[in-house]
Ligand binder design. Structure first.
Ligand code: HEC
Length: 141
C-alpha cells in the first residue's frame, strides 16, 4: 500500500476514535405531565413519535456510536423542543390547538415520523388506519 493511503487510513481511524469522546446527553428527563388521550391515539404516538418527542426516548445501541449518536441526539433535542408529549398537559389550550394542527399536517404529508427514523423501523410508519385515528384526534372528524 502506498504511504499516502496508509496515512489516510490512520487519520480516518484516529478521527473515528476521536469523535467517540464528544459528550452525548442520553439522559431522559422525568415525565412531568404526560399527554392524556384515547388509548388508541397514545399507542400510535408512543410507537412512532415518543423516541424524539417525549422524555421516554429508547436509545438504541447505535446511539452509543459517533457520529450516529450525535445525529440522534440532535433529533431528540430539537424534537423535544418543538413538541414534548411528556410535558403536553402543561401546555395551554392555544399551544395544544396549534400543535394538534401541526401534528396532523406532518402526519398527513408523511413528514413524521422522520424518514431516517423509519429506515430502520418500517413498521412505525403510519398506514391509513393509523393516520385516520390521528386525523380524528387532531381535527375532530
Ligand atoms: C427521529 C425523530 C423524530 C420522530 C420519530 C418524530 N419526530 Fe417530529 N420532529 C423531529 C424533529 C427533529 C423536529 C424539528 C425539526 C423538523 O421539523 O424537522 C420535529 C418536528 C415536529 C413537529 C413540529 C412541526 C415543524 O414544522 O417543525 C411536529 C408537529 C412533529 N414533529 C410531529 C411528530 C409526530 C406526530 C411524530 C410521530 C408520528 C413525530 N413527529 C415523530 C423528530 C422526530
Amino acid at each position: 500500500m502506498k504511504l499516502f493511503a496508509k496515512i489516510f487510513i490512520v487519520i480516518l481511524i484516529a478521527g473515528f476514535i476521536g469523535i467517540q469522546f464528544i459528550k452525548v446527553d442520553r439522559k431522559n428527563p422525568t415525565v412531568k405531565a404526560d399527554l392524556r388521550a384515547p388509548q388508541e391515539v397514545k399507542n400510535i404516538l408512543k410507537e412512532s413519535c415518543y423516541d424524539c418527542h417525549s422524555n421516554e426516548t429508547k436509545w438504541p445501541w447505535y446511539s452509543y456510536i459517533a457520529p450516529l449518536s450525535l445525529l440522534i441526539e440532535k433529533d431528540v433535542v430539537e424534537g423535544r423542543r418543538e413538541l414534548n408529549f411528556s410535558e403536553w398537559e402543561t401546555y395551554d389550550s392555544k399551544k395544544k390547538a396549534f400543535l394538534m394542527k401541526e401534528i396532523w399536517e406532518e402526519v398527513e404529508n408523511d413528514e413524521m415520523p422522520k424518514a431516517v427514523y423509519t429506515l430502520t423501523r418500517p413498521n412505525v410508519r403510519l398506514d391509513s388506519v393509523k393516520k385516520n385515528i390521528i386525523k380524528k384526534w387532531t381535527t375532530g372528524y
